[in-house]
Design a protein around this ligand. Sequence first.
Ligand code: CA
Length: 242
Amino acid sequence: MTLQEAISNYLRYAGCKQLNITTALIDCDGVLFDTMKNHTRAWVRLMQKNGIKCSRDEFYQYEGMTGTEIVKKKFKDGVGKLLTDDEALALYKVKGRYFQELGETPKIEGIDQVLEVLKQAGIERIVVTGSQQPSVLDRIDREFEGLLSEKRVTGFDVRHGKPNPEPYLKGIEKAGARAAQCIVIENAPLGVQAGHAAGCFTIAVMTGPLSEKDLYKAGADIVFPTMDALAQALPLLLNPAQ
Ligand code: CA
């Protein structure tokens, strides 16, 4: 699908005459940082310690849920145990320690360029993540100037993580925008579902092992193979009259 076709499709189902994007709602893991490999390793270690069967691949499918939601789901499905919020948070903190032990991961290649194109176009940039991991959230402040923490939506701000639209609806509210004025930049199916359900033009970038088909199936308006490809396409999306 071309970007022009994706825009036409979106305008049709959103009932808009033209795109007028003011805000980019940007996911964190797998979009800003190449953290998913280590997250999946840390999850498997936590589950194995607790006698719960799992594979690394399945955690790519849960990407976007809050950390405590993932812990609760795995304990319920794996050993039939219903955890309280406090118990889930305590286990998630253990997973966070395992994640930190694996060391820092690089930024996603090309993300700086994407953020720069957005900045130059005067687009407000807001991070919307299910993460509740201080080590990751602190890195955003250190490594991405201008992604303001006061407008950030994290796993601590929502009752329901992705695929529920709540995180993106909160982002739209913080931006003081309408859904049709926002693009979502995601890498995972549940995140794409959340962006689409919130009513935003939802972009997926294939930074992990999931296929283009998986991301379109989740509701992506357009899928790019790399951040560089997205950076090149952004001017057309931000100013379709060009
Ligand atoms: Ca992600």
